[in-house]
Design a protein around this ligand. Sequence first.
Ligand code: NAD
Length: 448
Amino acid sequence: MTDRYQTFTTTPLGKTLVKNLGLPDPTPLPRWTEGSPVIDGPVVFGAIGETDAGKAVQALLRDIGASFSTAAEGVASSTIRPKAIVFDATGALSTADLTSLQRFFSPVVRQLAPAGRVIVVGRTPELASSPEQQVAQRALEGFTRSLGKEVKRGATVNLVYVAPDAHEQLDSTLRFFLSPKSAYVDGQVARIGTGPLVSNDPARPLAGRTALVTGAARGIGASIADTLARDGATIIGVDVPQNADPLRKVISKIGGTELLLDVTAVDAAQRIAAHAQEQHGGLDIVVHNAGITRDRRLVNMRTDAWDAVLDVNLRAPERITKHLVDSGALRDGGSIIGVSSMAGIAGNNGQTNYATSKAGVIGLVQALAPALAERQIRINAVAPGFIETEMTAKIPFTIREVGRRINSLQQGGLPIDVAETIAWFADPASAGVTGNVVRVCGQSMLGA
Ligand code: NAD
């Protein structure tokens, strides 16, 4: 599960070969550690005009103690090496305003520090006040996705679309994208809508909440359980009875309770609801992480392999969600998070069953988000790319090596990268974040 090539590139011989042969040069990505600031370097802020979103960004930068300067167009002479560049483009009213992107970014982007962050804030195009504004705002996607492919040394570029009157919802999302918590999220578009204003302790945003994590015994699920517990949640860890021992290990470290069951069992939803009610008085967060693969090209696909993958990855989350919502076991204000996959977006040779199930998870998010909003329940999904786990360690060497490198960061992600993204979704302060599908893939070249 270690990336030996990346380790090699940090040795003197490795450095020489990478340089002389033009080989991939993956920069080690810093991850967030307890007690560290949101961002550990200067921030340059720019904007098209003065807007509510811009004011909210600057208030947040002050709040997190970031040293930041505002840059007018043409900041070329600047001597600072920004750790982040934040640009408020909500003021772009027509394509004429897109000129500012080049004028602002060209000089400053070359100064970006390693593992730096670029965040563009735009207005949700569909909610723009005129066709001209919609066109200009939609154009930002092409800009950010391309810049993501241009910046080097572990830097990321993401776009945050904010709905009209939703600027007060920006905080938790900006904190996430500015910090090393978003190390492997690159070239993504997040959408923020309106919602109740929740102010909580950013160090323990999930204090007093109960979170269900399926498939918590190992891999990404174990990291999700750890991370949500770090943020203050009490965890209910679910896994199959065969994984009782590893599940106990995960849960004993973080407190919480274990529930051994197969998520496809006919009474799984009822047992989860009963456990949550009896042991914890209800649930606030549900993470549908349990997942399996049974890869074969469709011509050779056995019906049991097709059915098992759809049952675990899609039908179980669908059924459990419905029961937890309808029974009220999931409290109003709760958060549901699906674990999709890049294969569900791009498709993958040999994975018609898996990709069908994972695209279905995206469908679940899109289908349920509007209705659940009436109870202030949010639903979002992460779509991981290549993540270093037991699942990906089993992939044959050459395919694994290609999977690791074909993204802007030229490396695989870690389970913690998926977990941090889920923690951002789960945060009650992300009240305006629903209906999102965010890839944790280092900006993979596969899929949109
Ligand atoms: P993993 O195989 O290491 O862990 C999956 C866990 O789910 C295991 O503990 C397993 O026992 C549990 N599980 C499986 N079927 C279950 C069932 N019927 N009931 C209860 N628990 C069950 O996998 P992982 O790599 O940690 O993946 C976690 C999730 O992330 C999966 O949904 C997977 O599809 C998704 N994903 C992973 C990657 C990756 O690169 N590893 C990429 C994209 C998506």
